[in-house]
Every structure is written in C-alpha cells, then in structure tokens.
Design a protein around this ligand. Sequence first.
Ligand SMILES: C[S@@+](CC[C@H](N)C(=O)[O-])C[C@H]1O[C@@H](n2cnc3c(N)ncnc32)[C@H](O)[C@@H]1O
Length: 184
Amino acid sequence: MSEKDRVRWDAAYTDRPPDPASALPREFSGQAHEFPVAGSALDLACGTGRASVWLAERGLAVWGLDVSAVAVNRASEAAALHGVAERCRFDVADLDDGLPAGPLVDVVLCHRFRDPALYPALAARLRPGGLLAICVLSEVGAESGRFRAAAGELETAFAGLETVAASEGDGEAWLVARAPATRR
Ligand SMILES: C[S@@+](CC[C@H](N)C(=O)[O-])C[C@H]1O[C@@H](n2cnc3c(N)ncnc32)[C@H](O)[C@@H]1O
C-alpha cells in the first residue's frame, strides 16, 4: 500500500469517534453458531477490532492485523475495555506484502478488505475443519470498479472449501466456508 493510502486510513480512524462495540459483521450473523468457541482466529484488516473482540469474547485467541496504526491502537483499547486483552494481539501489517507467517488457525475472518492475491493464503491458513468468513465489495448489483469482486469471485477462489452460506448482490459478496476435515 502506498504511504498516501496508509495516511488516509489513519486519518479516517482519527476522525472517527471511538467505537466500543463488539460485533460479528451482520453479513455473517446468521452463521454465528458456526464459529468455534475455542482455538485461534485471524482477523485481517481488522479496523477497530469489532469482530476481533467478538471472536475473543466467544473464546478464541485472536490476531488482528491492519495497516493503520490508529486502527490497531483502537482495537487494543476495545479489547481491554471488553476484558479480552489477554486473548487478543493486534499488529500493524501491510497485507499487500502478503499474509504474515504463522500457525494454522480455526477461523480466518476478513471483512470489507479485498485482495484476490491473498485468497490462496487465506484458504491454506485454515486448520482442517477451520472456518473462513469473508466479505468484499462486489460488482453484482453495483457499478463495476477496481476494488469490487466480479460475479462468482469468492465461490471460484474458495472452491476447495465447503460452503456453509454465501450471498452476492447489492454491491456485496460474502462467503462462510469450511476447510475439509481432512486435507486433500
Ligand atoms: C472498510 S475497512 C474494514 C475494517 C474492518 N474489517 C471492519 O469491517 O470494520 C478496511 C480496512 O482495511 C485496512 N487496510 C486497507 N489496506 C490494507 C492493507 N494493504 N493491509 C492491511 N490493512 C489494510 C484499512 O486500514 C481498514 O481498516
């Protein structure tokens, strides 16, 4: 990511009032019961940590990554406020450089950040039976644009996973999918 974009994200979070909420993004809320109550999770482009804190409250150890240091600080504050700081770690990372190395996890969550080059790494990072929850802007039901997924992008990219639920329309695409219980 360019320095200009990073500064823009920092400024956006600096101008935004603190958000003490914890929540699973609404797109995934119908599948909340699919999320494990123990193990580990990655929250990519975690922003202020709403989803990270939700995952940690559910019982998961969470690693949240975002390019904005302001967002990462807000996420750490939110985790402390919710009493789950010991289950959360937040780091500044530019995902344009790839997914930082780490162990396999039980959950990969990526909400409103799209980088198709990362898709294979996201699937590969799941433990057998692990859950992916991803939501991106889509061209379906919206004008095309370089930040938007073409029709079927998530379904195609994650064809090796077992779809739990998916939706595409109104300018948004999301997928909740599980890694096979045994690796092929
Ligand atoms: C639309 S926000 C979504 C934040 C959060 N996932 C949520 O749903 O509330 C997009 C996030 O992606 C982060 N981001 C953008 N480009 C990034 C990159 N190259 N590496 C890591 N994070 C990035 C931004 O800082 C921002 O927090």
